[in-house]
Design a protein around this ligand. Structure first.
Ligand code: ZN
Length: 111
């Protein structure tokens, strides 16, 4: 994984995974293993969906949430890709035991 510090590009987001790149707001995040694990989970989600399909589905799930009346944060948090990442980010071995397409288990909307 290639980690790049880009404080201005990320806006209000603390980090972002784009294929093999993890974009971070500042260098202190290089030792935030929960955050890095969260982004690694997104990396594997993207890998199994050939990057572009993941990004299309990610936007689709977000916009579907917004269309259902969720605000930005709710639509973001209810995205199944984020739900999987948040639910497992503290388990630093999760990506080693994760099954492909594990995010599908998080499709059911949470309130
Ligand atoms: Zn995330």
């Amino acid at each position: 994984m290639i980690k790049i510090i880009l404080p201005l590009v990320l806006g209000k987001y603390s980090a972002m995974c784009l294929g093999p790149f993890i974009l971070l707001r500042d260098k202190n995040q290089l030792t935030d293993y929960t955050l890095l694990n969260h982004e690694m989970i997104h990396f594997f989600q993207q890998l199994e969906l050939v990057l572009v399909i993941h990004w299309i589905l990610y936007v689709f799930f977000y916009l579907t949430g917004r269309a259902k009346g969720l605000d930005h944060d709710q639509a973001y948090r209810n995205n199944p890709f984020e739900r999987e990442a948040y639910a497992n980010e503290a388990d630093l071995l999760y990506v080693l035991k994760r099954t492909p397409y594990a995010w599908v288990k998080y499709l059911k909307r949470r309130r």
